[in-house]
Design a protein around this ligand. Sequence first.
Ligand code: AHM
Ligand code: MG
Length: 326
Amino acid sequence: MPQRTLTITQFILERERDHPQATGDFTALLNAIALAGKRISVDVNRAGLTDIIGRTGEINVQDEQVQKLDTIANTQFVTALTPTGLVCAIGSEEVEEPIPIEHGEDGRYVVLFDPLDGSSNIDVAAPIGTIFSIYRRKTAPGSGSNALEDMLQPGRDLEAAGYVLYGSSTMMAYSTGSGVHLFTLDPAIGEFILTDSDLRDDGGAKVYSTNEGNSSRWNQVDIDWVGQLKSEGYSARYIGALVADFHRNLLRGGIFAYPGDSKSPNGKLRLLYEAAPLSFVIEQAGGKATDGRQRILDIVPTELHQRTPLYIGSANEVDRILAMRS
Ligand code: AHM
Ligand code: MG
């Protein structure tokens, strides 16, 4: 079988040629993100050998224990994006306020990311991921960025979004609004190589991914919904890292849900760092994402770290829960 050889940079450049108005910004931004992903992948793979497993002792803005790898991943992103000169500010799930970028006054974009999603999987060598999104800045470049205004944009205004999955192999998927493209890291040459372009989620697999341990706090509709899926022979698959569950369902079909419940009415997941970017990706692949009432991409955020219930996956599966909730 012939070996796949197209690198992510070559692929982005090839796609840019189809858009004569393209400025090359995305080549630079996605390359920087890929570089951070590669560095994090190295750190993740060697985590048990170096002193980077475990907690830093700090509590983050989400009131969660910060893992050492969370902090390392965060720094890798800031370090990779700063030299592009294209980014005026970065928002990170791990940091309360927007992170200003040195010499970023003229940057035309803001980047938001969850540096290491599924961090409780780190210590047990289970899959984890990075989720990223890119918005065009709303304030005028050079004017001194009001980063918060630039960041509180609905997902429908995303310029690009994607994720890196650190699993049995490291994969990166992204969309700039014309399809979803998937790359696998070839560790021998340190390059992401095109694995699949224009991915489609056409449903198919009878799979649901949710933390049923929370079901005693769910509302009756969610309880009935999962009961119905079980009675129809669905399989449960829950890794505990959104990127990994999302990726499997994207490739095979299925639905991931983190509903609101009596303790946390807005669920656990963050709109800007997790739900919106993955919703952008799933819609580009033909799937859907909702908070149970409205399309995730239509929610206008009012806070950087706001949470949202999330139902995301194959269109037919999301339509079913939406119909039950209406
Ligand atoms: P994190 O960003 O702090 O790692 O939290 C998000 C993670 C998701 O990756 C995953 O789907 C979910 O939390 C799992 O939560 P739970 O352990 O409540 O099922
Ligand atoms: Mg997360």
